[in-house]
Ligand binder design. Structure first.
Ligand SMILES: *Cc1c(COP(=O)(O)O)cnc(C)c1O
Length: 402
């Protein structure tokens, strides 16, 4: 019989009772170092006292009033995001897919109101992931995710990532903008070349297109900058945020330049829950931590420490790990055995990780992890690699040379 909880996930048979920093504990007292972090969402760790205090205080006052009224917590969060980024204005919603939907609506509407209603198409990339709503499935373009869900939503074309010639060849009079992740997450932690991002920016300027970045996973300090595009020295016209923004509390956002944002006038876009006092209290508490002086520098340091250790493991275990990818604390390790075996072996060693495409093991720990946590991650990764190596040797035919 079907479980009451719809079985849309193959879940690991683990349930956590509480968390503390980068660690999660089961009711039986087993502990795990959490490099899944609710899929790159628990940006400030579990049980973070500042976040817990902000949420509980706000919950006791008022959680939700709707957007028919002013929400001071949302005004403050928007002002802070604007002050810290390229954006002039922010819209809050509840998830990454919803933020991306809003971003596409904003791009289409800005083109239409600027006299180009024919410009409705978004140029997307092979390997993209933009979420699971009907339109974002089409923007994602992954055939497996689309199977059985009817016709694709129109207006999303795909070309190969990091290939400027392919982009230029795909521009048509119907193109409204470009949509991409600065580092493709789900498909294997594949970074856009800095030069590619810069060329996309100039091409958008040249042809009057909008550059829309999906920073749902890469944003809010994950790579060591507030937004990953800052590493390329460019500004998008609009970008989406979610995952890390609420530190585990659901919230999404669209950040946009005035040129685009000004066309989302009253009545054109909306949400019941988006930007409510509780979600924005969480967002403000997260920003208190992430925008504190020196915090992002520490993220970069932790990223370097892990990168060096992982590179050493790649040399020590060429039969297990083949390549390190990513930036800051968005880390991918391409594996030789099936990545599912690595996810299991690391979990058995006490380390939670996430599989990504291209046989890549993804590590996205809380940004607040300590240097000791980093050392523990490397230790547990080594344990998992050793276990897999021994298993492979045991499975090898007798007398075979290793
Ligand atoms: C997770 C993710 C999404 C979808 O976010 P949801 O909150 O699950 O809707 C979209 N884009 C990227 C890059 C993501 O990593």
């Amino acid at each position: 019989m079907i479980p009451a909880l719809m079985p849309t996930y193959n879940r690991a048979d683990l349930a956590f009772e509480r968390g503390d920093g980068a660690w999660l504990y089961t009711a039986e007292g087993r502990r795990f170092l959490d490099c899944a972090a609710g899929i790159a969402s628990c940006s400030v760790g579990h049980g973070n006292p500042h976040l817990v205090e902000a949420i509980s205080t706000q919950a006791a006052r008022v959680m939700h009033v709707s957007n028919l009224f002013r929400v001071p917590q949302a005004e403050r969060l928007a002002e802070r995001l604007v002050a810290a980024s390229f954006a002039d204005s922010v819209f809050f919603c509840n998830s990454g897919a919803e933020a991306n939907e809003g971003m596409v609506k904003a791009i289409r509407r800005a083109q239409a109101k600027n006299g180009h209603p024919e410009r409705t198409d978004l140029l997307c990339f092979n390997g993209a992931f933009h979420g699971r709503t009907l339109a974002m499935l089409s923007a994602t373009g992954n055939a497996a995710y689309l199977d059985g869900f009817g016709e694709r939503a129109p207006g999303f074309e795909h070309v190969s990532f990091n290939n400027m010639n392919a982009v230029r060849a795909a521009i048509t009079p119907q193109t409204a903008g470009i949509l991409l992740e600065p580092i493709q997450g789900e498909s294997g932690i594949k970074a856009a070349d800095i030069r590619f991002l810069q060329e996309l920016r100039s091409m958008c300027d040249e042809f009057g297109l909008y550059l829309g970045l999906d920073e749902v996973q890469t944003g809010i300090g994950r790579t060591g900058k507030l937004f990953a595009h800052e590493w390329a020295g460019i500004e998008p016209d609009i970008c989406s945020s979610a995952k890390g923004l609420g530190g585990g509390f659901p919230i999404g956002a669209i950040l946009a330049k005035e040129e685009v944002a000004k066309h989302l006038t009253p009545g054109t876009h909306g949400t019941t829950f988006g930007g409510n006092p509780l979600a924005c209290a969480a967002g403000n508490a997260v920003l208190d931590i992430i925008l504190a002086p020196g915090f992002l520098e520490t993220v970069v340091e932790r990223g370097h420490y892990l990168a060096e250790g992982i590179d050493a493991l790649t040399i020590a275990f060429p039969d297990i790990f083949s390549e390190r990818r990513g930036l800051g604390l968005l880390i991918g390790i391409k594996c030789i055995p099936p990545v599912g075996d690595l996810v299991t072996a690391t979990r058995e060693a006490g380390l939670l990780t996430v599989a990504a495409g291209d046989n890549v093991l993804r590590l996205v720990p809380p940004l607040t992890l300590t240097e000791q946590d980093c050392a523990d991650i490397l230790f547990l990764l080594r344990n998992a690699a050793e276990t897999l190596r021994v298993e492979a040797q045991l499975a090898a035919p007798a007398g075979a040379l290793s």
